[in-house]
Design a protein around this ligand. Sequence first.
Ligand code: FE2
Length: 297
Amino acid sequence: MLKKILLALVLIFGVGVTLQAKPNKHKKQSGFTMWQLPMQVGNIGNSYVFRTAGGKVIVFDGGWPAEQLYLRGFIAALGNEVEAWFISHPHDDHMGVLWQILKDRQGMKINHIYHSRYSNELLDLEKPYNEYAKDFYAVLDTVSIPVTDFREPGYIGSIDGFNFKVLGVVNEEFHTNPFNNSSMVMKVWDDKKSILFLADTGAESGNKLLNGPYRNELSCDYVQMAHHGQHGCTEDFYKSIDFRACLWPTAYWIWTNDQGGGYNTGTLETMETRRWMDEIGIKEHHVSCLEGLFQLD
Ligand SMILES: [Fe+2]
């Protein structure tokens, strides 16, 4: 009876009626899960972990030395073997955990480390961070783990469905904000999503990216906000690329620009960055100090 009524409707109104949704043959597949890790010491650490569909673990940065217990536990829970560890730059809120783990592995297996090494001249532009960075490199030089040192951008790699492209490497020419302006910049993607990791990219290196050969590859679904969301890339940078959501590896005092005197009384530029995002129309924000652990499939 129902079929006759539907047939009559089709004949009378010339419209088709679908009784059951067909399975979507083109549903996008997640090649990896990403976690933005919450900070453990009330300060800015940059820490992202990925697990591929096949179970391989990948780390981008990792946070402060004081956050090592948390990250060690997180990695142990995923099997205690890291297929690839990317370090954006040798500030200790980025390389600090790997720096400590390399000194005392405690059973963790690390199969490959990727970074873009700074010269001694560049290192000595920032004190006391030059000493931490030199010690990190000294430790790196003693381990038997394969290390890839990207000297040029453009490298494309794939690890079990985790695709990555290096869009920016060390920039020895920038002597202002030198460590941050030499952050390694990476885009990672699978069939379902793409994420741009800016690390601590500053205004100068952000402009270099915008005017460089990979400009059109900066657009993505998720952007890791440069330099923890303040005093990083410029308004022009963010307004020149397309994206729909923000990842903020940001401590609460930075998010609120409160350096001890109360809400928005500090000298940080977070409120400007937040305003730019509002002007662009971004509605999806994942702020580590507000949300805690964020998982993206
Ligand atoms: Fe940082």
